[in-house]
Design a binder for this molecule. Structure first.
Ligand code: IVH
Length: 674
């Protein structure tokens, strides 16, 4: 290794150590010492170095957390030491029975217990070799699990490297989703009309079993490690109590829950369980009981295990909490994607440690299915200790005065028509300028695939909305330099650039504007088809359903959505305002690429980062030259365009003998059409 490379290696190592330390302080200790922006800068520096010197990338680099590619399925893993489950104890009596069994089996020798929170998530096993994480697996049936290494690596509280290079260590822990993330995930899924998860446990399990680690990475999972499966230490002795074991795991940089405690006898254990029955509601994650473990490892061994569970431990289970109350009213609220969601207003009642006065009813189907009426006596619970829900109606309490609920015909936030698109369970507001949907609509409008306005990201848009300067997308085109300069964070140059970028977007091709309007189900492809077919936005405004469905590539869902959107007077007025501002609403002349274009009729696949072209721009150029961009490589692919750090598509192209070209070649091929 040359000395320059050595120096570089040292710089990269140092940077990685620094990042790992801050990662540990943030995600494991919950005590960061630098700001998020400073952390992002360190990561950006490392990313830059690794992209300049790819041969110095290692699998345990902090940049590799989301490095894995989507897979076809999971491979199975044979656990060397099986992952047992726990027997349950409901109530004090069963805890005392357990204690009698322990005491008897230990022939009355002294013993103590460690009590821990029983985290409600998914059991996993992590294997470290020479201190490096080499494998992560689900518990499965205890003997065999699934290899989910790539997904587990995306969890920031799982160290990719231990503080000490232990020869071999296999630890067990629980991966969970914090209550807040669970509520947020379900809210988003409900708005998108996707099925919601019943509790944080299911959400964590669903997120871990994703074939694409990128999805897992976006789910904000975390871990608590609670036990050692196997260990080989060079010379060193393993701790001889469970408590010392937890402390040792912590010293290695693993995240151990802090609420564990040593108890001298079963009465202390019982008080600990009682304490958490009430206090569990205050935790940011869900627990479903308390785990009681004999502390001495020698005694654990002496007690042994049955086929299913150890005799030295038991899970004290909390009873699920429910309460009875009355539905006083049913109101609706409008979410960011326009979903109109009903909520029950309840007489306040305490459930799982907190006062509940409203419960989500999800959608009209669920209200009808459970037959929930205004005035009903109902049983409620908290889904996963978090989201209050109506479990059932106590119909025997009905007086006949109960009122059947119906969805409002117009949106309570903007007055636009509320529709229930066919095949969906959610009702939706059709108003593009609905204040409840404003920010999300603006972010989409300015985004790269849509109007592609540089410098107009979520942060700036939030500022503009908060300052009252933008009430719908057309307001963007009347923003002035002075207005921007009055806002925080804007200097002469940045304000000028933004005004210029907004003005430049007026000349965008029509399909970008159609996509930018955010009509449900109208993606980039459908927007292009509509632009090409109709040639001008005003014609689309008057398109009829049958006419739209007759177009190839426009299905009934898209057609219905376009008609609903264009029928709404507020949306028509918005389009008129955009036209008044001079935004282009006509399509370019017929495609410029003649049969002479080398890309006419060809199918291309893009992989890796191109040096000068953004992916959307490359796609646009190819399509203008008469070509098509596909997402996967097959024998029918004509060219694969390869940039930096190409994915598996590159390998596949080579394997299938598909010609591979670079950005420069692509640029020459698209040139003749300009
Ligand atoms: S100890 C042999 N400790 O509960 C002992 N388990 O049915 C095995 N769990 O599969 C488990 N928190 O998923 C232990 N502090 C904790 C736990 C815990 C949650 C889960 C784990 C296990 C299930 C037991």
């Amino acid at each position: 290794m040359g000395s320059e490379t050595e120096q570089l290696q040292q710089i990269i190592d140092q940077l990685r150590r620094e990042i790992e330390l801050h990662n540990y302080r943030y995600y494991v200790l919950d005590a960061p010492t630098i700001t998020d922006a400073q952390f992002d800068r360190l990561m950006a520096d490392l990313q830059q170095l690794e992209s300049d010197y790819p041969h110095l990338i290692t699998p345990d680099s902090p940049t590799r957390r989301v490095g894995g590619k989507p897979r076809e399925g999971f491979t199975t893993v044979q656990h060397t030491v099986p992952l047992l489950s726990l027997a349950n104890a409901f109530g004090d009596g069963e805890l005392k029975d357990f204690d009698r069994r322990v005491s008897g089996a230990l022939s009355n020798e002294p013993y103590d217990y460690v009590v821990e929170l029983k985290i409600d998530g998914l059991a996993v096993s992590l294997t470290y070799r020479d201190g490096q994480m080499v494998r992560g697996a689900t518990r499965g049936n205890g003997a065999t699990g699934e290899d989910i290494t790539a997904n587990l690596k995306t969890i920031r509280s799982i160290p990719l490297r231990l503080n000490k290079p232990v020869d071999l260590l296999e630890v067990r822990g629980e991966v969970y989703m914090p209550k807040k993330s669970f509520a947020e995930l379900n809210r988003r899924r409900e708005e998108r009309d996707e099925p919601t998860f019943a509790n944080p446990r299911n959400a964590a399990a669903g997120s871990l079993r994703q074939l694409d680690p990128v999805v897992t990475a976006g789910r904000n999972l975390s871990i608590f490690v609670y036990g050692i499966g196997a260990a080989e230490l060079n010379g060193e002795r393993l701790p001889d109590t469970h408590l010392a074991g937890l402390q040792w795991l912590e010293s290695l940089g693993l995240r151990v829950n802090t609420y564990h405690q040593l108890c001298q006898d079963i009465d202390e254990v019982i008080s600990y369980c009682r304490l958490w029955q009430d206090k569990k509601a205050d935790l940011p994650y869900q627990i479903d009981g308390i785990v009681v473990k004999v502390n001495s490892l020698a005694q654990q061994q002496a007690l042994g295990a049955t086929m299913k569970s150890p005799r030295w431990a038991i899970a004290f289970k909390f009873l699920p909490e429910q309460a009875k109350t009355t539905v006083r009213d049913i109101i609706v609220s409008v979410g960011r994607t326009g979903a109109v969601t009903p909520t029950a207003l309840l007489d306040p009642v305490t459930v799982a440690g907190s006062t509940v006065s409203r419960a989500t009813l999800h959608n009209l189907d669920i209200i009808r299915e459970k037959d929930i009426r205004i005035g009903d006596r109902v049983v409620i619970h908290k889904a996963g200790d978090v989201i209050p829900e109506v479990v059932e109606v106590l119909k025997e309490h009905r007086t006949g005065a109960e009122i059947i609920f119906n969805m409002p015909a117009v949106c309570p936030a903007c007055g636009a028509e509320v529709v229930r698109p066919s095949g969906e369970s959610a009702h939706r507001c059709t108003g593009a300028a609905c204040p409840a949907r404003l920010l999300e609509g603006l972010i989409h409008f300015a985004s790269r695939g849509a109007m592609n306005i540089d410098g107009l990201g979520p942060a700036v848009l939030t500022q503009l909305v908060e300052a009252g300067l933008v009430k719908d997308v057309s307001d963007l085109y009347s923003l002035t330099l002075e207005q921007l300069l009055n806002l925080e964070r804007f200097a002469d140059k940045s304000a000028e650039n933004l005004v210029r970028a907004i003005a430049a977007s007026k000349a965008n091709p029509l399909h970008r504007l159609i996509f930018a309007l955010g009509i449900r189900h109208v993606g980039e492809r459908a927007a292009r088809v509509l632009a090409e077919h109709y040639g001008a936005l005003p014609s689309i405004m008057d398109a009829r359903l049958e006419e739209l469905t007759a177009i190839m590539e426009i299905g009934p869902k898209i057609a219905e959505s376009v008609v609903n959107f264009m029928r709404e007077p507020q949306n028509r007025a918005l389009i008129e305002r955009l036209i008044d501002h001079g935004v282009n609403v006509v399509a370019e002349a017929a495609p410029t690429a003649g049969p002479g274009s080398p890309l006419a009729g060809k199918t291309l696949v893009l992989t890796g980062t191109l040096a000068s072209l953004k992916r959307e721009d490359a796609k646009e150029l190819i399509e203008k030259a008469g070509g098509k961009v596909a997402s996967s490589v097959s024998k029918k692919t004509d060219y694969v365009v390869v940039g930096d750090e190409p994915g598996s598509k590159y390998e596949k192209a080579v394997k299938l003998g598909v010609p591979v070209i670079g950005e420069e070649e692509l640029l020459t091929m698209v040139k003749p059409v300009f």
